[in-house]
Ligand binder design. Sequence first.
Ligand SMILES: *[C@@H]1O[C@H](CO)[C@@H](O)[C@H](O)[C@H]1NC(C)=O
Ligand SMILES: *[C@@H]1O[C@H](CO)[C@@H](O)[C@H](O)[C@H]1NC(C)=O
Ligand SMILES: *[C@@H]1O[C@H](CO)[C@@H](O)[C@H](O)[C@H]1NC(C)=O
Length: 456
Amino acid sequence: MVVTSSLAYLAAPLALLPGVWATPTSSQGPSGTSASLVSSSAPSSTPTTPPGNSTGFSGYRNALYYSNWSIYGANMQPQQIPADQVTHLLYAFADIGPDGEVKSSDSWSDTDKHYPGDSWSEPGLNAYGCVKQLYVLKKKHRRMKTLLSIGGWTYSPKFAPVAATKASRERFCNTAVTLLKDWGMDGLDIDWEYPTNAEQAKDFVLLLQTCRAALDSYAAKHASNYHFLLTIAAPAGPQHYNHLNFTAMDPFLDAWHIMTYDYAGSWDATSGHQANLFPSKSNPEATKFSTERAVNDYIARGVPRRKIVLGLPLYGRQFVGTAGPGHPYAGIGSDGSIPGQPGIWLYKDLPRPGATEHFDAEVGAAYSFSKATSKPGSTGTMVSYDTLTSAKRKVDYLLEKGLGGAVFWEAAGDKTGEESLVAAVKKGMGLPDQTQNWLSYPASRYTNIKMGMPGY
Ligand SMILES: *[C@@H]1O[C@H](CO)[C@@H](O)[C@H](O)[C@H]1NC(C)=O
Ligand SMILES: *[C@@H]1O[C@H](CO)[C@@H](O)[C@H](O)[C@H]1NC(C)=O
Ligand SMILES: *[C@@H]1O[C@H](CO)[C@@H](O)[C@H](O)[C@H]1NC(C)=O
């Protein structure tokens, strides 16, 4: 059966940022404001390890998606992003117009919403909303880069026609770079789920090539040739990635964020693990896909290990009326954390009361299980998700394999403190990516971003 969507849980009512060789901080201020910008935001010391260029290794990536679901449903405001734990924040998602224009999907959330402290009367056109808050976080956390994530499951049908002509590819990339420079971001992340044939795969390469060129041309004009990032959300299912031309795409990419989750769900005949590392020999139905297979295929097809970033879900998929992983189930239940998305629980709401957590070391996957009765043969409820134990196993795996880091979908699902998966994975990996974000956007249409957000 087909993985219908990584990001699947956002597919319905709600559909749901790298690198950089930092140029010296002294050149980062917009002209005219450089003194205040640099004094308030430049790190006091240079990085302990030399930052790399896009091919050199400059530390592990700990990337996190942040979406407008966070702002509304989960009431997680951008100020709550754990910026000290995150090397790349992926802001999801921008929409795509029929002519290829990349545009805000929600201008209230992006630039209009006023947070406490935001002025209603300052002169000029100013950015508020998440865009301002992300820039403020970047000033305080110089290792956190922000990327604008474009597409995602809901908007993905719009990619194929846009990628098919030179004019719409250019419109796509130029308007994406316009948003990047207006919003003060460090890169673009393209979530096309998925190219379905060789023609689309070819168009995808051309789209990446065009965007890489647009980023470089902007950087030459306005950002001292800073390396703005280009990444993609990449499929974990062979039926999807078999279409991709890996060697043609790779030179344009800083990282491949593999969506190594959603391996099992409501579309399957039996329950299963949604994010297992390995296939099960004893119970193959429980592991319909595996991360090991995807990672080995990416490596075999020429993707450098350090550019491979493993996806971890911050949510669980529920199966009710089942004897456990790999068995028939009665349904996914009508309960869950997200209105309109039954059967999906955020990690912070797990395990459910009365359920016990298990870790299957053979497959590298965790799940919870609770039985309604203790009668032999009675069935129970299984939820497949990552725990601190399975996340630690994934860290060991990615270190052993020499991969580049981890990426989480998505911010609102995490727990805080010692139980945070984002924090545990960062700590487990060690040396976080050392490259610095960029703060100088002299051509932004927003006065406060152009001025380097004075006062913060
Ligand atoms: C959030 O973003 C999605 C696209 O990802 C969009 O369809 C939706 O209107 C936005 N707003 C809300 C309130 O979810
Ligand atoms: C980037 O880094 C790699 C590895 O450190 C090095 O071999 C390569 O020459 C560098 N490229 C540039 C353009 O500096
Ligand atoms: C992949 O792209 C390369 C160019 O980089 C091309 O030579 C090759 O034919 C492409 N492969 C397929 C299967 O299209």
